[in-house]
Design a protein around this ligand. Structure first.
Ligand SMILES: *[C@@H]1O[C@H](CO)[C@@H](O)[C@H](O)[C@H]1NC(C)=O
Ligand SMILES: *[C@@H]1O[C@H](CO)[C@@H](O)[C@H](O)[C@H]1NC(C)=O
Ligand SMILES: *[C@@H]1O[C@H](CO)[C@@H](O)[C@H](O)[C@H]1NC(C)=O
Ligand SMILES: *[C@@H]1O[C@H](CO)[C@@H](O)[C@H](O)[C@H]1NC(C)=O
Length: 431
């Protein structure tokens, strides 16, 4: 269980002793009540000292999933069912719990955001990056800004990933400069841009280029090629959101992988860092799936070897991106959602699927995944809650469930949500 922590912001302050004192002080003053009492935390972030950043904490330190799978969310009019794995954390977040801490941007918080990538202050902070991916249509409205602050401070400042805002802009320098004005100042040092032309020029000659949309993996491959210090990177698309904290979530993924690795089967080779981390169960698409390409199916030697997964939040090792670039060099380049999973499957790289909680207004998931152990990659961890594997609802390619799940939460101050990775959240208001 993570405890609420406090940190003093500012350019690197190595005084561990001071941090410890602050930490102990806040532990003492804020965590007096045991978790078993369902109580609403009040005035948690009202400190006078603007240099203290208190990471957000759920006010309800409890979660309830009834026997019929109804999740307790305090929604007036809607019922949400947990349709896969139940949350592993006893907490329920109001919208204000989640984002309230990021409403007022103190100078120190702003400085911590701007410093969340190596190169600023000449510090080589991390060999792991989180890439927030967006395009020129990003509005940078107030709700998105809160989400981005949370992502940068939690993944960057607390979990020590480098955070890069990788933006696809096909425009001249003047238009680019105008676009940058939209980005709140604290984020600008994190923004890196690329154009379609740059990706085309980077791509090995033998491979066919379709579009950034179809072949989003190329953006990550190019990023990894140009930034040799990173061993691993997550890409997070702009319409993906998290209820609960990013540092806690990413840590849970690591812990669970480490657990599977410890108990791997003797013939499995699981590296310390998995090669492809995905949050939707990889599956074999149907023959009629419109994204399939003949050449690619042939390269992978038939549909039996094709694996697809939702690519809106993915983790990639350097081995993964190098292997894809190697395939590009021999002329193979396939649609985003199956290129990486099929490459990992064929090359015995390690795919790690992390089943997170999914919620739906009815008891059925959008799809069940029925892949057997034998159909998973040789090195994939196999014991991942097979009977609970479900696909869809609050993490899917369309938004009929994710959108109301998010919007009702925003509109109803009393409603709370257990931790959830949510996609997609659409519309200018939230973006
Ligand atoms: C829970 O906390 C409230 C408010 O502090 C208190 O009135 C109540 O007695 C507590 N309930 C239990 C079961 O401890
Ligand atoms: C719940 O439904 C009632 C009646 O339709 C409506 O007036 C109210 O605004 C709804 N509440 C929320 C939070 O949507
Ligand atoms: C950061 O790491 C890169 C790659 O390992 C290295 O080339 C560079 O000199 C390092 N910079 C500093 C300031 O340590
Ligand atoms: C992957 O593992 C299988 C089973 O051990 C083996 O037959 C196959 O040759 C391996 N493929 C590669 C590309 O290493």
């Amino acid at each position: 269980m993570p405890q609420p922590r406090s940190f003093r912001l500012g350019a690197a302050i190595p005084a561990a002793g001071i941090l410890l004192l602050i930490y102990l002080f806040y532990i003492r003053s804020h965590i007096a009540n045991p978790d078993v009492n369902i109580s609403v935390r009040e005035h948690f972030n009202d400190d006078e000292d603007p240099t203290v950043f208190e990471p957000p904490v759920a006010s309800v330190r409890h979660s309830v999933i009834r026997g019929d799978n109804v999740a307790w969310t305090n929604d007036e009019n809607a019922t949400w069912y947990s349709i896969s794995r139940h949350s592993n954390r006893g907490e329920c977040w109001t919208y204000n719990d989640r984002f309230g801490a990021y409403q007022n941007l103190s100078p120190a918080m702003s400085a911590a955001i701007s410093a969340a990538v190596s190169g600023n202050n000449n510090v080589n902070k991390s060999n792991r990056a989180v890439i927030l991916r967006m395009g020129s249509n990003q509005q940078w409205g107030p709700q998105f800004t809160l989400h981005a602050r949370a992502l940068v401070l939690e993944a960057g400042y607390l979990a020590k990933y480098d955070v890069v805002i990788l933006t696809h802009l096909d425009m001249d320098d003047g238009a680019k400069a105008t676009w940058m004005q939209r980005v709140p100042e604290e984020f600008r040092p994190l923004v890196q841009t690329f154009s379609t032309k740059q990706v085309r020029e980077w791509l090995p000659r033998a491979a066919k280029f379709k579009s950034i949309f179809d072949q989003n993996h190329l953006v990550i491959q190019m990023f990894m090629a140009q930034n040799p210090k990173y061993e691993f990177a997550y890409s997070v698309e702009a319409d993906a959101r998290l209820i609960g904290r990013w540092d806690v979530f990413l840590d849970d993924v690591d812990l669970e992988y480490a657990y599977h690795r410890k108990f791997k089967e003797p013939d499995q080779e699981m590296p310390a860092v998995p090669d492809l981390v995905t949050f939707e169960s990889p599956r074999r698409p149907s023959d009629a799936w419109p994204w399939l390409e003949k050449d690619c199916v042939k390269h992978f030697r038939g549909m039996d070897n094709i694996r697809a997964s939702l690519g809106v939040v993915w983790g990639w090792s350097r081995r993964m991106t190098d292997e894809m670039t190697r395939l590009n060099e021999i002329g193979v380049n396939c649609y985003y959602e199956y290129f990486a999973p099929s490459t990992a499957y064929r090359q015995n790289l390690t795919t790690f699927f992390y089943q997170h909680p999914l919620y739906c207004p009815h008891t059925k998931p959008s799809e069940r995944n029925s892949m057997t152990k034998e159909q998973m990659g040789k090195n994939d961890p196999r014991g991942v809650q097979h009977e609970k594997v479900a696909v869809g609802c609050t993490y899917f390619f369309v938004n009929p469930h994710s959108q109301p799940f998010w919007e009702q939460w925003y509109r109803s101050p009393a409603a709370c949500r257990p931790p959830a990775l949510v996609h997609p959240v659409k519309g200018n208001f939230f973006n």
